[in-house]
Design a protein around this ligand. Structure first.
Ligand code: F6R
Length: 588
């Protein structure tokens, strides 16, 4: 989603803000802008494109002033245009704001403010915050009071940062993240620690319904009723500093390559919570698991693991669908909520619905300071470090590894889980030889319009995840199918322009999947086999190491992540920042 950032300190604000925005670009990135306070006025520059492009054309980083705010936009209300880009100044220019989230009652507020004489330029919901602040500020000439009055009028989920005509910075949070950085040479406010982590590791996590005012005399935090609030300063983990690509061409490749280690680390920092969660699950009246996108695919693997190995029924729920069947949850049930970011609005909504119905929430998240972690009874950390590439890779296998650990504990070792062995197998798939072969196959996909990915049993969720990776990274239409469904319809789509990836390790699904491969081949489609055993039916064979059946999902996804990555390179798309997508989807 959008990123917001603010700085007040001893240094020039704009270069610091531009750098911070670049770091957070993964959250949303169709346009960008900066506003600074300089010589008693607020200056704004903005435009459509990536930070680097917009900065080149309008020199955001050359705005003068030691106070400023910045934004990268992922459009929700209004087209991607220069005017709709943030920051938005109020109609008199005494306040400018950047906003993340959605203001639900923006239409009525806008009408009301227009009648009061405040002018609007953009089609965004966000501009209403600027004029509302201005309106309340005009009444009281008091920044604190204007924020209290403004948040009382706003409906929706939001975090905003505002700069006022006297150089004061203010920010408020309602169901969207906002973190304050306390540096030696200034203060930062940002939607993500990554926005300022190179300047300071001392932070304050604003709670929901709090706001902060930062001026030359220091920092003051209040709740939405204007009561002062005290917060501890905490230190962020050093791992946040590890946000450089290093030797890798892209974050996505770096993150794919980290998986031999990250699967071993999963849940290690929250061992107690993992044990507690296991106990809770054993005694749950009923069990549900939810997530969106990749996290939902991990939930599908969990369904298989829980039923086969722990003999426990677990119902996967697509988070965005929970709203339409709220009665599903009951007292004393447990909802396992999977989310890399812990900020996906759909997942938060599902968790809140379940909580309201009397269910306990166990979350498995990468960001332990996230809203989801906060609202959960127990939160288990993925511990896989920052994932910057928009497409989830290492967080997916860390989710799987955590779920495997839970099921192995509940079933008293019936999984025979050996993550060290899995880690070794992943390393083989990441070898230079393996990568070179996958790169060659990726060239064949360059002009392909449709890819189908087939897998049976525990491999079906991986087929689904594979198709998601291919869509996101290559923009090629891709579909994951359970192998047996082929003859019930999709076979009609097979012809010589189609590529089919068969996930076919030599296990209980092998011969059925091989039969499907032959049926497809007979229709002229090209076949890429992901298997530990070669076959004449495959046009291309990607070898994976042999391992126990239950552990294949962790291994077989790796070459497909690589295939999607290299196909993106062939197609000259940006694998780290796919078009139209954002890393944490904080709107519904
Ligand atoms: C896919 C992807 C998305 C996310 C989804 C949920 O590569 O990144 O499908 O998995 O938006 O995000 P989290 O896990 O942060 O809730």
């Amino acid at each position: 989603m959008c990123s917001i950032i603010g700085y007040l300190g001893l240094n020039q604000a704009a270069p610091i803000i531009v750098k911070g925005l670049k770091r957070m670009e993964y959250r949303g990135y169709d346009s960008v802008g900066v506003a600074t306070f300089s010589n008693n006025q607020i200056l704004v520059r903005k435009g459509v494109g990536k930070v680097i492009e917009v900065n080149k054309s309008v020199r955001l980083d050359e705005l003068s002033g030691t106070v400023g705010i910045g934004h990268t936009r992922w459009a929700t209300h209004g087209m991607v245009t220069d005017t709709n880009a943030h920051p938005h100044p109020s109609s008199t220019g005494e306040v400018a704001i950047v906003h993340n989230g959605i203001i639900q009652n923006h239409e009525e507020l806008k009408k009301d403010l227009q009648q009061k004489g405040y002018a609007f330029k953009s089609q965004t919901d966000s501009e209403v915050i600027a004029n509302l602040l201005q309106y309340h500020y005009d009444k009281s000439r008091n920044i604190k009071q204007s924020i209290v009055d403004t948040v009382a009028d706003l409906k929706g989920d939001y975090a905003f940062v505002a700069v006022f005509e006297d150089g004061t910075l203010a920010a408020a949070r309602f169901h969207e993240p906002l973190i304050i950085g306390i540096g030696k040479q200034g203060y930062f406010i940002s939607s993500d620690v990554l926005g300022f982590v190179e300047h300071t590791d001392e932070v304050i996590y604003l709670d929901n319904m709090e706001f902060v005012i930062i001026g030359n005399s220091g920092i003051q935090i209040f709740d939405f009723n204007a009561n002062p609030v005290q917060h501890q300063i905490t230190k962020v983990s050093k791992e946040f500093a590890d946000v450089y690509k290093g030797e890798y061409a892209h974050f996505t490749l770096k993150e794919i390559s980290e998986q031999p280690t990250t699967i071993l680390n999963s849940g290690n920092n929250t061992k107690l919570e993992l044990d507690l969660a296991t106990d809770f699950i054993r005694h749950a009246k009923s069990l549900y698991i939810t997530g969106s996108g990749t996290s939902y695919n991990a939930a599908l693997v969990a369904k298989f693991l829980f039923s086969k190995y722990a003999k426990i029924k677990i119902e996967p729920i697509i988070s965005s669908e929970a709203h339409f069947s709220p009665d599903i949850f009951e007292q004393q049930s447990i909802l396992i909520a999977l989310s890399q970011s812990g900020e996906s609005a759909d997942v938060l909504e599902a968790a809140n619905i379940a909580k309201k119905a009397g269910s306990k929430i166990i979350s498995i998240v990468n960001i332990m300071t996230s809203s989801l972690a906060h609202l959960s009874s127990i939160s288990i950390g993925l511990g896989c470090g920052p994932e910057i590439g928009v497409a989830a890779t290492k967080s997916f296998t860390a989710q799987l590894a955590t779920l495997y650990k839970i099921v192995d504990k509940i079933s008293e070792g019936s999984l025979g889980l050996d993550l060290v062995k899995v880690s070794e197998a992943i390393k083989k798939s990441l070898s230079d030889d393996s990568k070179a072969k996958i790169q060659e196959i990726a060239k064949k996909l360059k002009d392909v319009s449709d890819i189908y990915v087939l897998g049976r049993g525990i491999h079906y969720p991986i087929a689904s995840e594979s198709s998601l990776k291919l869509k996101e990274l290559t923009y090629i239409h891709a579909e994951g199918l359970p192998g047996g469904e082929l003859k019930h319809g999709p076979l009609a789509l097979m012809d010589s322009n189609t590529y089919v990836i068969m996930i076919n390790p030599e296990d209980s699904t092998y011969s059925d999947t091989l039969t499907s491969a032959r049926e497809i081949k007979a229709r002229g489609a090209k076949i890429i086999g992901i298997s530990d055993k070669p076959s004449d039916v495959y046009d291309h064979w990607i070898e994976i190491p042999k391992i126990e059946e239950v552990m294949y999902p962790l291994v077989e996804i790796i070459p497909i992540q690589l295939l999607a990555y290299y196909a993106a390179i062939e197609k000259d798309t940006d694998p780290d920042y796919p078009r139209n997508l954002a890393k944490s989807v904080t709107v519904k």
